[in-house]
Design a protein around this ligand. Structure first.
Ligand code: KG4
Ligand code: ZN
Length: 373
């Protein structure tokens, strides 16, 4: 069993960290302290700006971050009733993500840090998701992390802050991307995840049988692109048969799609649990889910029952902390700072690609936010 080598030491001081997130289409800012208090947080979604394009347009995203960030920081600091001089560090997402947005957040955070004589902490966006559950409750390392977002889908053995071993990842689309593409194909709103989940609630999952990718195959990798093609064919068949795609057709396809996503994810997860147990032994182990797709209540229930069957405790951040937010970045910065108070990343530049497990080879090419693996 791997030692909990970098569990945070008990802090003498209550640290206060400002976190800035601008890696994709949310401008988000938060102030968080060591006692798991989120003193203030603001998220400005750009969903409406990108909706007509059916996906995030990097140029528009960067411009929106520039025009909103200063104001959002001022407002969040005022709500927290703090000045920059009260902070111990300033953290910003430094990768992976869209480089224009990353530059806005990183430059702003570095400027605030330099002007107020505080360290700047470069945070990996994925580590932000990976550690969010620890902002909500005390969870000890090691734990198994299922990270499902718009750009990523991975299973990671998490041994400590900065210590991740990738057990599996997608070989094509990310889980959120599969939801987004399905929504787009069916004419549902962007972002697709919440729209598909809503439609699925009204649908019959048995009307359109869809194939479950990689079901029963060895390993912990994911694949969702074949499912997307099956959804398209099913929708086309409906239109050919009845002249249009009716709301009931949409709902039934969504229900079937979501059920298959659940079946695929839990099948891969079981393999990862077996691999993780082989490394860590038989004791009770935490299972943590993170990322925007973890906001899906149907998938949460499916994953929770796998955890139960495997004698694992289940941990999921509240829905607002699953999708991108500033608190997760502030917290990841705080966790790193609490382990090494001499840290200062002023020299670090934005990294559009930045895997959590630097030793794992990429499985697929560039995605919306860097390599999907
Ligand atoms: O973590 P996140 O906010 O951003 C990335 O880091 O990518 O995740 C966004 C993704 C989108 O693809 C969105 O459709 C998906 O999470 N998502 C959901 C739900 N809410 C957001 N997917 C399924 N069900 C949901 N309820
Ligand atoms: Zn994210």
């Amino acid at each position: 069993m791997q030692a909990n080598s970098n569990e945070p030491v008990e802090l003498q001081k209550n640290l206060l960290v400002l976190g800035i997130e601008t890696s994709c289409d949310e401008t988000a800012v938060a102030v968080v302290d060591s006692h798991r208090n989120i003193l203030a947080h603001s998220v400005l979604s750009q969903v409406d700006d990108h909706a007509e394009y059916g996906g995030v347009v990097p140029e528009i995203a960067a411009r929106q971050h520039i025009s909103s960030l200063d104001h959002l920081i001022r407002r969040t600091m005022a709500e927290a009733n703090k000045n920059f001089s009260d902070l111990d560090a300033v953290a910003a997402t430094t990768g992976p993500g869209l480089v224009g947005g990353l530059m806005v957040g990183v430059m702003t955070a570095k400027a605030i840090a330099a002007a107020s004589g505080k360290p700047f902490i470069a945070v990996n966006h994925l580590e932000g998701h990976a550690l969010t559950a620890r902002l909500v409750e005390e969870i000890s390392f090691p734990y198994l992390l299922l990270l499902m977002s718009g750009g990523h889908c991975q299973l990671l053995a998490t041994y400590g802050v900065g210590q991740y071993e990738r057990l599996g990842s997608t070989i094509d689309d990310a889980a959120g991307e599969a939801f987004d593409k399905t929504a787009k194909l069916l004419g549902l709103s962007y972002p697709g995840g919440p729209a598909v989940e809503r439609a699925a609630r009204e649908g019959d999952a048995n009307r359109f049988p869809l194939p479950t990718p990689l079901l029963g195959r060895p390993g912990c990798d994911f694949s969702f692109s074949g499912l997307k093609t099956a959804v398209r064919r099913t929708a086309e068949a409906c239109v050919a048969e009845r002249g249009a795609l009716y709301p009931t057709d949409r709902a039934d396809i969504c229900a079937s799609f979501q059920t298959v996503m659940g079946r695929c994810i839990t099948d891969r997860l079981q393999h990862a649990i077996d691999a993780f147990r082989a490394k860590t032994g038989d004791g009770p182990l935490p299972l943590v889910v993170a990322g925007g797709v973890a906001a899906n209540l149907y998938l949460r229930e499916q994953i929770k029952s796998v955890a139960r069957e495997n004698n694992m405790s289940f941990h999921a951040p509240p829905l607002a902390l699953c999708t991108d937010n500033g608190a997760m970045i502030a917290w990841a910065g705080l966790e790193r700072f609490s382990l090494d108070a001499s840290i200062n990343d002023q020299e670090k530049a934005p990294r559009p690609r930045w895997p959590l497990d630097e030793n794992a080879l990429p499985k697929v090419g560039a995605g919306r936010k860097g390599p999907k693996a």
